[in-house]
Design a protein around this ligand. Structure first.
Ligand code: CTP
Length: 397
């Protein structure tokens, strides 16, 4: 996806930048780290090289023919400086270029995100505040530090925000704002149909693709409702999560949320059938008696119901996880399903041999409502989510 330069200056919070690096790598980005000489006293080059997969330099004097500060600055989609110390903010505000990081800040034309971290007195000092003002006036995104425990026994504003929050801020700067002002609903996970108070019929959906869809829609500016069927993942920040269990719950929740939505993406694996009876007590086995067969009844088709009641201009997206023997077969089944369901887009994936479930990656073919292949995507579930939102954004009125 994006090329990100992670500048690290010399503060104790440099260790947290390792987690930030990992989070952004897991989202599929390519990261290059530029530590200052003092950052390397806190976390050494081998750590940055192992985590990023790239060589690490601090000075403009290394790799002279490559003119690293220009090459790196020009190649980046985003520069993050975390932690940004008082000294780094001062040098950046003055436009100095006395090491590779500050020189690169002068050649970068992409967005720059800085996350200051220092003792409260240093943060509140008028010199630091003037530097932050100057940087912000120039368009640099300078985050306010978090409050809390600092290096010693002191506490107050000056902490580096948690890596998850920094990753969110970075993703928001990278994403196009093409869903700004849009309301979207995503269903995720798999519905469960209880047999008794302790047993259920369910499926293997982990909810990770739906989670990625919700997070990327948020990054692209949408107001997101995430209807979560039995998902054991932490709620994505800034997204309203509605936990549900059964297909009937999902039907109710999605019908309510869809009444206001510009787009609904049905990524959840919805149980087509439920036990005809739900025992009030745990079902007991009796010696020598064969178990009774489980009678099933049909659940409503939620997506078909959304199609029947859609708001004007609303975009409806279905998913189809199939176990097809070939790509042609997959597309053939997809065409039949999109025609039957009447949705605007159908995201097809092949889940033969347990592929996809619970994994971080996915591989999909996206069909239009007319059954044409409009996009294909593979990679992280975030990258696949972006490909889906790209198609939704194209057809939103
Ligand atoms: N879906 C739904 N309600 C159901 C079943 C499925 O809304 N009762 C949605 C799913 O969320 C998905 C799409 O419909 O977005 C296709 O799901 P799938 O199970 O592949 O469709 P079915 O019509 O049940 O087809 P199949 O007979 O292949 O299971």
């Amino acid at each position: 996806m994006a090329t990100i330069l992670l500048g690290v200056s010399g503060g104790i919070a440099a260790y947290k930048a390792c987690s930030l690096l990992r989070l952004l790598k897991e989202s599929g980005h390519d990261l290059h780290v530029i530590p200052t000489a003092s950052a390397l006293r806190f976390v050494g080059a081998p750590t940055w090289e192992a985590l990023s997969g790239h060589a690490v330099r601090s000075e403009v004097w290394d790799d002279i023919p490559g003119v690293a500060h220009v090459a790196l600055g020009n190649s980046a989609d985003l520069v993050i400086v975390a932690p940004a110390t008082a000294d780094l903010l001062s040098r950046a505000a003055a436009g100095r270029a006395d090491d590779l990081l500050t020189a690169t800040l002068l050649t970068a034309t992409c967005p720059i995100l800085m996350a200051p971290a220092m003792h409260t007195e240093m943060w509140q000092h008028p010199a630091t505040q003037a530097n932050v003002d100057a940087l912000r006036r120039r368009g640099v995104h300078v985050l306010d530090p978090a409050e809390g425990r600092l290096t010693g026994s002191d506490s107050g504003p000056g902490r580096l925000p948690e890596p998850e929050d920094l990753a969110l801020a970075a993703q928001a700067l990278l994403a196009p704002a093409d869903l700004a002002g849009r309301r979207v609903v995503v269903t995720a996970g798999g519905t469960r149909e209880p047999l008794d108070p302790v047993r259920f019929l369910g499926n293997r959906s982990s909810g990770r693709q739906g989670w990625a869809l919700a997070s990327r829609a948020r990054d692209r500016g949408a107001d997101v409702v995430l209807i979560a069927a039995n998902v054991a993942l932490p709620a994505p920040a800034g997204v309203r999560v509605v936990p549900i269990e059964t297909t009937a719950d999902l039907h109710r929740a999605v019908t309510e949320a869809a009444a206001e939505a510009d787009a609904v993406v049905m990524a959840a694996a919805v149980a087509d059938f439920r036990p005809a009876e739900r025992a009030a007590e745990k079902i007991k086995k009796a010696d020598g008696v064969d178990p009774a067969p489980i009678a099933l009844v049909r659940n409503p088709d939620v997506l078909a119901d959304l199609v029947a009641h859609r708001r004007q201009g609303q975009v409806l997206v279905g998913f189809a996880a199939e176990t097809a023997a070939s790509r042609e077969r997959l597309i053939e089944w997809g065409r039949a399903k999109v025609a039957r369901k009447g949705c605007d887009l159908l995201v097809l994936n092949d889940v033969a041999e347990g592929r996809v479930f619970g994994e971080a990656t996915n591989e999909v073919v996206i069909l239009s409502g007319e059954g044409q292949v409009v996009a294909e995507a593979d990679g992280s579930k975030e990258a696949v989510a972006d490909a889906i939102w790209d198609e939704v954004a194209k057809i939103l009125p």
